[in-house]
Ligand binder design. Structure first.
Ligand SMILES: [Zn+2]
Length: 263
């Protein structure tokens, strides 16, 4: 167990060297303006105090592992009202050294049960733990150019799941985007997200089947609108400029939600 994590209970403080090393590895964190960076560090310390990390199959949770995951997980809730309470439905974060092999079980329309293994970089379960591959987390230190980030992906699902369904629409505050009711807010959200998803899906299919140019962003986003939201969040947080160039309406929508104080 790490001495400075224990000491966080008395007075949260992440050592400078450890914090700087995290910012250097995940450059999109270092690009935050000073007040936001200070808030990120503060919330990261509280996240480390409140969550529990488990190494799967002998994987050792070091300070580096816990800090890298915590700092990136905090980024989406940095400006949200409620802050870390968005992650209150779970405590555990399970980290595997390499890929995560998830056992799947599906029942087809003929009521035949199929079981298979799926290799994934991470997974978020409603009211359950977040599972991550440390290899995939490390990779995201150098994949901001492609908009890829497994930690933000899984924690975006957590935010989406706060109202139950993984449907690409997180619970929206009253008056979101000037909407008079929660239903109207949701309709306003989907009026932007759904066309962007449909368009992305179509471009992905055209690229796949007819050799058209593939859209920027992980094509995993074409799986469902819930996955599209998580994939879009990755890009929004790690490569705002490119995301804004390709998905301007989504950038404006996400700013309204993730940075409410800026309007
Ligand atoms: Zn996902």
């Amino acid at each position: 167990m790490f001495s400075w994590l224990r000491s966080l209970r008395a007075g949260p403080r992440i050592p400078d060297a450890a914090w700087q090393a995290t910012l250097e590895r995940y450059r999109f964190l270092a690009e935050l303006p000073a007040p936001e960076a200070a808030r990120l560090r503060e919330l990261t310390a509280l996240f480390l105090r409140d969550k529990r990390f488990y190494g799967a199959k002998g994987f050792v949770i070091t300070d580096e592992v816990a800090l890298a995951i915590a700092a990136q997980a905090v980024l989406p809730v940095l400006h949200l009202r409620g802050g870390l309470t968005w992650y209150d439905d779970f405590v555990g974060i399970v980290v595997h050294a390499e890929e995560v092999v998830a056992r799947r079980r599906v029942t087809d329309p003929a009521q035949v049960v199929h079981e298979y293994d799926e290799v994934i970089a991470g997974e978020a379960m409603e009211n359950g733990p977040v599972t991550l591959s440390w290899k995939a987390v490390l990779d995201s230190g150098s994949t901001a150019g492609t908009g890829y980030n497994v930690v933000i992906h899984e924690f975006a699902h957590k935010i989406d799941m706060r109202d139950g369904a993984v449907d690409g629409c997180p619970p929206l505050p009253a008056g979101f985007a000037g909407a008079p009711s929660a239903n109207a807010a949701r309709a306003a959200w989907l009026a932007v997200l759904k066309p962007a998803y449909d368009d992305f899906r179509e471009q992905t299919i055209l690229a796949d089947r007819f050799g058209a140019e593939a859209p920027w962003l992980d094509d995993y986003g074409a799986v469902s609108i819930g996955e599209f939201f998580a994939v879009a969040c990755e890009a929004y947080f790690v490569n705002r400029q490119r995301f804004g160039a390709d998905f301007a309406p989504l950038l404006a929508l996400f700013d309204k939600f993730f940075k409410p104080r800026r309007g």
